[in-house]
Write a protein that binds this ligand. Structure first.
Ligand code: T5A
Length: 223
């Protein structure tokens, strides 16, 4: 795969799914695959991705004494996202790099919207103010049964569970259902990957999606 001359803007690929779905693992695999195909990719994550946004991540994930309402949690997610988009994602895309991001606004739709019941209108309003005009070009939704994901995440977990990991299974069932509903509404962008399969089988499904990516300007040729 080669980038045609004159291509001005990179593509944004996001990874989504519940805890333990394999997003971080697959995000690294996607970056390697892009590199093998001659595309420079920046790997990042949310919440976080820059020094300042990582500080917001710490606030929103740690289980402290003080309560965070669902609305406050949503605002913090978008505060981190605003910092990340302005300082890392947009500059990278403007350079023509591709960005592979472990979670983005679909996570807010699924966790705060589906999981916590935050009004979708609030989420969409914040999304348009924080990153209006910027949407992922391709989203890989790693889907698997909640108990399988939680078992993977918790068996790997060394320290204390964070605010999300300590939620009950029912919360993650709502998150998973919200993700699948999003995929049903945007099948052209959100590709559902069966993440319960062994890693090699997951990689084959992901590769099939990457090879068909609609690149802005039609600038990428596969093999
Ligand atoms: N959040 C985030 C919101 O609520 N709203 C938002 O807007 C955003 C952006 C972030 C938390 O913040 C919430 C969601 C999250 O709760 P996080 O640490 O970034 O937290 O996300 P987690 O989902 O907690 O990340 P995990 O590391 O737990 O899950 P991953 O990245 O999906 O899984 P990964 O790749 O680390 O793999 C987990 C284990 O499974 C193995 C791996 O080797 C690893 O040991 N594995 C497999 N094993 C077998 N078969 C496969 N196919 C496997 N794939 C991976």
């Amino acid at each position: 795969m080669t980038q045609a001359p004159g291509k001005k803007r990179g593509s944004l690929i996001t990874l989504e799914g519940i805890e333990g779905a394999g997003k971080s693992t697959v995000a690294r695999w996607v970056c390697d695959w892009l590199g093998r195909h001659g595309i420079r990719a920046t790997l990042t994550r949310e919440p976080g991705g820059t020094a300042l946004a990582e500080r917001v991540r710490q606030i929103v994930l740690e289980r402290g004494e003080e309560q965070l309402s669902a609305a406050t949690e949503t605002l913090l997610m978008f505060a981190a996202r605003g910092i990340h988009v302005e300082n890392l994602i947009r500059p990278a895309l403007d350079r023509g790099d591709w960005v592979v991001c472990d979670r983005f606004t679909d996570a807010t739709r699924a966790y705060q919207g589906g999981g916590r019941g935050v009004d979708p209108a609030l989420i969409e309003s914040l999304a348009s103010q924080v990153h209006g005009g910027l949407q992922p070009d391709c989203t890989l939704l790693l889907d698997l049964p909640v108990p399988v994901g939680l078992e993977r995440a918790r068996s790997r977990q060394a320290g204390a569970l964070d605010r999300f990991e300590s939620e009950a299974q029912a919360f993650f069932e709502r998150v998973r259902a919200a993700y699948l509903a999003l995929a049903g509404r945007e099948p052209g962008r959100i590709h559902v990957i069966d993440a319960s399969r062994p890693l090699e089988a997951v990689a084959r499904q992901v590769e099939a999606v990457l090879e068909r990516l609609p690149i802005p300007g039609g600038a990428v040729r596969v093999r």
